[in-house]
Design a protein around this ligand. Structure first.
Ligand SMILES: [Zn+2]
Length: 472
């Protein structure tokens, strides 16, 4: 008996195993016949709910995935790779050449922090899990790193019967938009935005125009916001100046890749120009040196803003690599600036500083990026007067300021202009946004007569008879 027609034609399917109704954990599986490819392999980050998702089975079998394609080196797009490999994934991991140099630094740092945090929790006995385990180890990270393969911008790569091509996304060094198709249906192009950058920002390049496609998987982090048209330097100066003039410490939680370099650069320019008092800038991040070196290697290339001559190296910033150096900063006398990660105060070294900075009205906490629901960063934005840190309660007396205007993401207008550029896609899946943000962007797409879906976690869609259908 002949098999049913649908299995002969083996329709394209698209499944959402992360960043669906959430801003983090980007993981999308595309299937065609027996071929499976994973686009992005991110960690869930944020509050307890998001973090525990990383411990659950991913919803697909890593052993059946032929290859992974990664848009960029932020942890919410690549940080699950060590666990994917531990789960039996045996393919290659494709990304742009700069991303292939950044991911090892990011994964080794994340693994080290996981090991340090577990060790600290066990020593202090505050974890609810006894003993506390790291999500992955440095050894796990090394196994994932060996699978990385750089594929240049605009070159066509293969994973099983799939073909893919990288386009510039802006956002951070190496960030790509992925164009993907299967050899059995080359007319059906799928495009994954990854994180889409902004136009005309210092350091990073503008995104390429959207490749023509039938299906677009689009991020929506700032789907309900417009970035203020303020100049970045003025915004930074106003945020830090009062505290520095009072002799206080400004703690800037920042993503260690790209954001820390950009902040240090802007702060130093302000000091050189006399717009800010000259105070020490401490970058408390073991990653900062390595990331800065990679940025410097791409200076003057098409991978970074060509208008910018002097790039990420800030000679007067003090870099702290070891934990002992980090601990020595505790109780630092101001005026001074400390930049440390994680950017949402979800973990990492910044928490040790937060414990002594937050209780003092002399100091300030300057949030420098997106703050996901459930994080301490979001709690501070919402006016929290106490925080739980390492099992203790810490009062918040420091000033809290948000620099959302520094975002490396396109805003609602930017996303819409890029997505709707003619000819528009037939269907857009909105991911990587909180429900309100995704819905607001969806309403704009509907106004432009573009069909869209808001997928839920673990939703699967099949392309049947010329349309995407949610599988029940
Ligand atoms: Zn990103």
């Amino acid at each position: 008996m002949a098999p049913p027609a649908s299995s002969v034609r083996s329709p394209l399917s698209l499944s959402f195993y992360g960043a669906a109704g959430l801003v983090t954990g980007s993981r999308f599986v595309v299937r065609a016949g027996n071929d499976q490819v994973l686009v992005d392999c991110g960690l869930f980050q944020g509050g307890r709910y998001e973090r525990q998702l990383n411990w659950q089975p991913p919803g697909f079998d890593p052993r059946r995935v032929a290859g992974a394609i990664i848009t960029h080196a932020h942890l919410d797009h690549c940080g699950y790779l060590p666990r994917l490999v531990r789960g039996g994934f045996n393919g290659k991991v494709y990304c742009t050449p700069p991303t292939a140099r950044l991911i090892p630094i990011v994964l080794r740092d994340a693994a080290t922090l996981e090991e340090e945090d577990a060790e600290y929790a066990n020593r202090k006995g505050y974890s609810r899990h006894r003993p506390a385990h790291p999500l992955f180890t440095v050894a796990d990270a090394e196994l994932a790193i060996r699978k990385l393969r750089g594929v240049a911008h605009q070159r066509v790569g293969n994973v099983a019967g799939f073909r893919f091509r990288f386009h510039h996304a802006g956002h951070i060094l190496g960030a790509a938009v992925v164009e993907l198709w299967h050899e059995t249906d080359p007319g059906h192009r799928l495009v994954f935005s990854g994180d889409l950058g902004r136009h005309d920002v210092p350091l990073h390049i503008d995104p390429d125009p959207r490749p023509e496609c039938r299906t677009l998987v689009l991020e929506s982090t700032y789907g309900d916001e417009l970035h203020p048209p303020r100049e970045m330097k003025a915004t930074v100066r106003e945020a830090v100046e009062p505290t520095l003039r009072q002799g206080g410490v400004v703690l800037m939680p920042a993503f260690a890749v790209a954001r820390a370099q950009l902040l240090a650069l802007v702060l130093q320019e302000l000091m050189v120009e006399g717009e800010l008092p000259p105070v020490p800038i401490h970058i408390d991040s073991p990653m900062a040196v390595g990331v800065t070196d990679i940025y410097e290697d791409y200076e003057g290339t098409l991978e970074l803003d060509p208008r910018r001559k002097e790039l990420a190296r800030v000679p007067d910033a003090v870099l702290h690599r070891t934990r002992a150096e980090s601990r020595a900063l505790a109780g630092l006398r101001g005026p001074a600036i400390i930049i440390a990660s994680s950017g949402m105060l979800a973990g990492g070294r910044v928490l040790h500083h937060l414990r002594w900075v937050a209780p003092s009205a002399r100091h300030a906490i300057v949030l420098t990026g997106y703050q996901a629901e459930g994080t301490r960063g979001r709690a501070l934005l919402d006016g929290a007067r106490v925080l739980r840190i390492h099992g203790t309660t810490v009062p918040v007396e420091a000033r809290v300021i948000s620099l959302a205007g520094l975002s490396a993401h396109a805003d609602q207008d930017g996303l819409l202009a890029w997505a709707a550029e003619p000819p528009p896609p037939e269907t857009v899946f909105l991911v990587h946004g909180e429900p309100m943000a995704a819905a607001a962007l969806g309403a704009r797409l509907a106004d432009a007569r573009i069909q869209y879906f808001l997928p839920d976690l673990h939703d699967r869609f099949d392309y049947v008879d010329g349309a995407w259908r949610r599988r029940r």
